[in-house]
Design a protein around this ligand. Structure first.
Ligand SMILES: [Zn+2]
Ligand SMILES: [Zn+2]
Length: 264
């Protein structure tokens, strides 16, 4: 049974172009809802890769970091704040990711794109994910976990947004991801935005794309820490505790190990 945590580290701001709320709006709302540990992790910008409705622009990075660090001071003693980014992994961007990691308190892996390359802009996992793509996705997540740059993996079952149905390749991908998370002791996130989005149609029925039960059935076979993530894109996204009830319905009976002590 998943329960409400006293921490929340996966949160966005208006800067990514598809969320509302300033850094301070998100923090104030989280304080009202009783969170003790809180992190802002807006979609990371990449050099030469402008995607104004997906991520902040590179020119906004400094102002974002300054704003977050000022708020960290301002709210000292009220809430423990951490400053981060949610970023994709691309081996071609490794040096840039290292710099990003050193400029903040933490990075979360959110692999939305097949490549983080301007020339291939729009090649997203939501568009179309065949069996070879899903294995590539798993390998990217594993390489990212091995890099040591990421504190947790957001929505590891995200690929189901671009699938027609589950397949043996999906099972293999889930195993690869869970095995690597166990080996590197990195928590996998059950993303609450998945149930906020609603169900989508698959060949065999209507399901939430994530959390996707078959994915977590594989994870349950490994000794992997699991955390809940709000993936908040609005200051009101913290009030929806019924999302946790829905997650518990979807994953009922699975032996998943929620880490209630996860801290950045
Ligand atoms: Zn987002
Ligand atoms: Zn996110």
């Amino acid at each position: 049974m998943f329960v409400k945590q006293n921490f929340s580290y996966h949160n966005h701001t208006y800067r990514c172009g598809h969320a509302v709320g300033s850094e301070e709006d998100m923090i104030r709302s989280a304080i009202e809802e009783g969170y003790t540990y809180f992190g802002i992790s807006d979609h990371a910008p990449f050099d030469g890769y402008s995607a104004p409705t997906d991520r902040m622009e590179i020119e906004d990075k400094e102002d974002y970091l300054n704003t977050c660090y000022k708020l960290k001071e301002k709210y000292k003693g009220v809430i423990n704040l951490a400053v981060g980014f949610e970023a994709e992994y691309d081996s071609y961007r490794l040096e840039e990711l290292k710099e990003l990691r050193s400029a903040c308190d933490y990075l979360l892996l959110g692999q939305h794109n097949k490549r983080v390359d301007r020339a291939r802009y729009n090649e997203e996992y939501t568009h179309f994910v065949d069996d070879s793509d899903v294995i590539m996705y798993a390998k990217q997540l594993c390489e990212a976990m091995e890099s040591g740059l990421f504190a947790a993996v957001n929505h590891p079952d995200y690929f189901m947004l671009g699938r027609k149905c589950w397949s043996d390749a999906c099972t293999e991908a889930a195993r690869l991801i869970a095995e690597c998370a166990e080996k590197n002791d990195i928590p996998l996130e059950i993303n609450l935005k998945g149930v906020r989005k609603g169900k989508q149609f698959y060949k065999d029925g209507e399901y939430y794309a994530y959390p996707y039960r078959k994915f977590w059935e594989e994870v349950a076979k490994y000794n992997v820490r699991v955390v809940l993530g709000h993936d908040a894109h609005h200051p009101l996204d913290y009030i929806r505790e019924h999302e946790i009830d829905l997650v518990n319905e979807i994953l009922e009976g699975l032996d998943l190990k929620q880490d209630l002590d996860f801290k950045i």
